[in-house]
Ligand binder design. Structure first.
Ligand SMILES: NC(=O)c1ccc[n+]([C@@H]2O[C@H](COP(=O)([O-])OP(=O)(O)OC[C@H]3O[C@@H](n4cnc5c(N)ncnc54)[C@H](O)[C@@H]3O)[C@@H](O)[C@H]2O)c1
Length: 372
């Protein structure tokens, strides 16, 4: 992630220093960026002067002291709170008073990282998506300690880097990793109920939902180890709200070492030719509608709980995970009455809290309102 973020900043005209405590990682980063630049040149996306400029503005340093003149430091080290906290207290002693300190963490609270600094007002979350040079979205997350001036400066810097900024509250999963949970969780639930197999669910989400990848293909692509841990982290962080409950089906896969594409087998076996079951349009539409209703509910609840603005929630899902439409705009299109009825139908069937309709959707339905 660090390399990708460095490439984005250098492309936007910044002078960048990449620091890693592991020298092999620095060498790997240099090779990676060199290869990417060569590929961009070959494709005609940049000329050779631009390639030299970008590559020339990145340097590699092996001592943290070399970061003393930085205006902004974006940390992208191992996802461990104690290690990050140690790094930030070391950094704070080196950089100037004005330097913005940022973390690219996906799952730790920004407040807990900021608490390691004496001046915690200048610490903020800047969460890129992988691969950083290709994904347009960046979530900017002020901690309760972060000053408004630092938030404004950060939004400006990241916008100047030609990224789409979504400002999110410092809550588990921020926007994307929270709102996207039902894409995986509800798909797994439908499979566990025996209503459809993986292929049928994936095909339904592509054919009737318009998604580029189905949930099981995507879990295999992300890695079942990584995806499961994010789900478990979000579930724990939300005090075990049943809406985010992880699935045994996915847990067994990772226990078996079926991690997905990277291990040759996940939900799918990549050494076998896939046989497609006969298509059933009624079942396909049921699957797509059920998962979509759950996604919309999650997006509406994120708005209800002031996690982000409606515009930022929709941008987050289209620019961070390539959803075909923003979920709130999609709710308007389907009709708020449709969303409430779909969720109430699920709740009446299962009587599980996981299917509770967001109070915001219910209120909007009663008042005949739309999101946009
Ligand atoms: N991989 C993703 O898709 C992704 C997406 C968004 C955010 N993130 C976040 O970005 C961060 C990095 O993730 P990654 O996947 O690039 O990890 P990674 O393990 O590939 O890279 C981390 C690097 O940090 C170095 N490092 C570890 N401890 C260090 C220390 N104390 N000082 C200096 N360098 C140190 C390691 O040598 C390694 O090169 C994490 O916080 C992660 O949550 C990752």
């Amino acid at each position: 992630m660090g390399s990708g973020i460095a490439q984005v900043a250098a492309t936007a005209g910044c002078t960048v220093k990449i620091y890693d405590m592991n020298l092999d990682a620095l060498a790997k980063s240099r090779l990676g960026i060199e290869k990417t630049m060569a590929m961009l040149l070959e494709k005609g996306k940049i000329d050779s002067a631009e390639k030299d400029r970008i590559f020339g503005s990145i340097s590699y340093v092996s001592s943290i002291g070399d970061l003393s003149d930085a205006d902004l430091v974006i940390e992208a080290i191992v996802e461990n709170l104690d290690v990050k906290r140690r790094l930030f207290s070391e950094l704070e002693a080196i950089v100037s008073e004005e330097t913005i300190l940022a973390s690219n963490t996906s799952s730790l609270s920004i407040a807990s990282i900021a608490a390691s600094c004496k001046n915690s007002e200048r610490l903020i979350g800047i969460h890129f998506f992988n691969p950083a040079p290709l994904m347009q979205l960046v979530e900017v997350i002020p901690a309760i300690q972060t000053s408004d001036a630092i938030l404004q400066q950060t939004v400006k810097i990241i916008s100047d880097w030609k990224k789409v900024v979504a400002v999110a509250k410092d809550t588990p999963g921020f926007i994307v990793n929270r709102v996207a949970r039902p894409f995986y969780g509800e798909a797994l639930r439908i499979y566990e109920e025996g209503k459809a197999d993986f292929v049928t669910i994936d095909r339904a989400m592509k054919n009737y939902g318009g998604f580029k990848m189905g949930p099981f293909e995507l879990m295999d692509f992300i890695g079942n180890d990584v995806n499961y841990v994010v789900t478990e982290t979000v579930f724990t962080a939300f005090y075990f709200d049943p809406r985010y409950k992880p699935s045994f089906t996915q847990k067994r896969l990772l226990e078996a070492g079926f991690l997905g594409k990277k291990s040759g087998r996940g939900f799918y076996n990549y050494s076998e030719v896939l046989s497609l079951p006969k298509e059933d349009a009624t079942l396909g539409k049921y699957i797509a509608d059920r998962i979509l209703a759950m996604l919309i509910n999650e997006a509406a609840d994120a708005l209800f709980l002031n996690i982000a603005s409606a515009k930022d929630i929709d941008n987050a899902m289209t620019k961070g995970v390539n959803y075909p439409k923003g979920l709130l705009a999609w709710a308007d299109e389907k009709g708020i009455d449709w969303c409430v009825a779909a969720l109430d139908h699920l709740y009446n069937e299962y009587h599980e809290d996981r299917y509770r309709c967001s109070p915001l959707l219910r209120k909007m339905n009663a008042e005949n309102k739309k999101f946009f």
